[in-house]
Design a protein around this ligand. Structure first.
Ligand SMILES: Cc1cc2nc3c(=O)[nH]c(=O)nc-3n(C[C@H](O)[C@H](O)[C@H](O)COP(=O)(O)OP(=O)(O)OC[C@H]3O[C@@H](n4cnc5c(N)ncnc54)[C@H](O)[C@@H]3O)c2cc1C
Length: 404
């Protein structure tokens, strides 16, 4: 369970017990400062925390934050990056590895349920795509596709933001790809490899990097044989991964090879049965039997929104402090696939959404404590007490009182 509102209150009360100099003069006026107050003072809608995204990371964060009575606002996107609200799982049928569903659950149903749970505790969901953010100072500003007009006023301001915009698997737009997507073609071996249509069948992986090698090794548990198609004449995978792959008797690597067409049953929800494969050096083509085709050609993290503001790695993923959701901007948190290029699973996304919510909650509680701190005029004859320790940090000024 996340830090509840009660827990937040007790943190504040703890702060108030800290010994501070209490002069007889009533502290007036209060020091009203920066972000929290600025958000309240302005006319535009303001939220303590805005979540951008609508996959498992976003909704888990929303569930935790709304239960903590922080009234989160969640922008779920309107076909943001070509994906429906609800994220990547809306594009799949059965999810068999999300705990709590022994018989599996359809991706859209799982996301529907997460959305309902977010709403149940008071998350305000806005079905729009965030087009622009200004993270240069708090309160942060957000604009939407339909509210990004010439007046330049943001649609929302926020004290904290959770970025959970996901990462989309790259596709190749092959002839037949659309028809057999999720009916033999997949971009996630860990997600789909165990389903019956792939069991003891010939499977193919496209890609020459570490991900392709990992996917192929994983698929050897289920498939009869796995062929890795590499466009170039060598693997990009690390030496260790490459030698594991080359040494596996259930794996064949075909260099200089690409798929030019996916073929299969000609009926609604028909399955993939064959691939037309071309040798890019000789130009020769062959038709190979294939029940599964797995893309391992990279993902595109949805980070154009924050490029140049939040630090990204060389592949465009948001860099977070290891083991946390902290980005390079205080008050901006990242969760889910947009910051995870290794695991990219629904459950790991949900887990990191929980982390982001708890960290945002802590950040807000600490900001609140700072914002309600007031500089007290010190009478000329008053005694100044020693500097007090507050929540592990030294107070820099004497004569400061926390307003409860
Ligand atoms: C076909 C397929 C099958 C899969 N099957 C499984 C499986 O069986 N098990 C498993 O664990 N994982 C599976 N995965 C992986 C899983 O779906 C992802 O790891 C998970 O969905 C990532 O969650 P996320 O919260 O990071 O974001 P996503 O699910 O990627 O959702 C992010 C969403 O945020 C919204 N968004 C993006 N930008 C904006 C913006 N600017 N403004 C507003 N909204 C925005 C969009 O709707 C976007 O799709 C599968 C993935 C695919 C593609």
């Amino acid at each position: 369970m996340g830090l509840s509102a009660v827990a937040v209150t007790s943190v504040q009360q703890e702060t108030s017990r800290t010994p501070v100099a209490l002069p007889s003069i009533v502290p007036t006026p209060m020091r009203v400062s920066s972000s929290l107050a600025a958000g309240k003072a302005s006319k535009m809608p303001h939220a303590k925390v805005v979540i951008i995204g609508s996959g498992p990371a976003a909704h888990t964060a929303a569930i935790y934050l709304s239960r903590a009575e922080l009234n989160p606002v969640l922008y779920e996107g309107m076909l943001a990056n070509g994906t429906a609200a609800g994220g990547q799982l809306t594009t799949t049928t059965e999810v068999e590895n999300y705990p709590g569903f022994p018989d599996g659950v359809s991706g859209p149903d799982l996301m529907d349920n997460m959305r309902k749970q977010s709403v149940r505790f008071g998350t305000k969901i806005i079905p729009e795509t965030i087009s622009r953010v200004d993270l240069s100072k708090r309160p942060f500003k957000l604009w939407t596709e339909y509210y990004d007009g010439p007046d330049n006023k943001p649609a929302y301001t926020a004290d904290a933001i959770i970025l959970a915009t996901g990462a989309n698997a790259r596709r190749l737009d092959l002839p037949g790809e659309e028809q057999y997507w999720q009916n033999g073609i997949s971009a996630c071996a860990v997600c789909d490899g165990a389903v019956p249509i792939f069991r003891n069948r010939p499977l193919y992986v496209i890609g020459g990097g570490d991900s392709a090698a990992e996917e192929a090794m994983f698929l050897t548990k289920y498939g009869k044989h796995v062929t890795v198609l590499v466009r170039r004449d060598k693997l990009r995978a690390s030496k260790a991964m490459a030698s594991r792959l080359l040494g596996n008797p259930k794996v064949t690597i075909k260099f200089n090879s690409v798929v030019v067409e996916a073929l299969g049953e000609n009926k609604p929800r028909g399955l993939l049965t064959n691939l037309r494969i071309k040798n890019v050096v000789t130009g020769e083509e062959e038709i190979a039997e294939a029940s599964g085709l797995f893309y391992a050609v990279g993902h595109d993290p949805a980070t154009s929104l924050v490029k140049g503001q939040v630090k990204l790695d060389s592949d465009g993923y948001i860099i977070t402090e290891p083991g946390t959701s902290y980005t390079t901007i205080k008050g901006v948190f990242a969760a889910g696939d947009v910051q995870d290029k290794r695991y990219r699973q629904a459950i790991t996304s949900a887990g990191s959404g929980c982390i982001a919510a708890l960290e945002a909650e802590k950040f807000l509680a600490e900001s609140q404590a700072e914002e309600t701190t007031t500089a007290v005029p010190v009478a000329s004859n008053s005694t100044i007490e020693p500097v007090a320790e507050v929540q592990g940090t030294k107070q820099k000024k004497v004569g400061i009182v926390h307003v409860l």
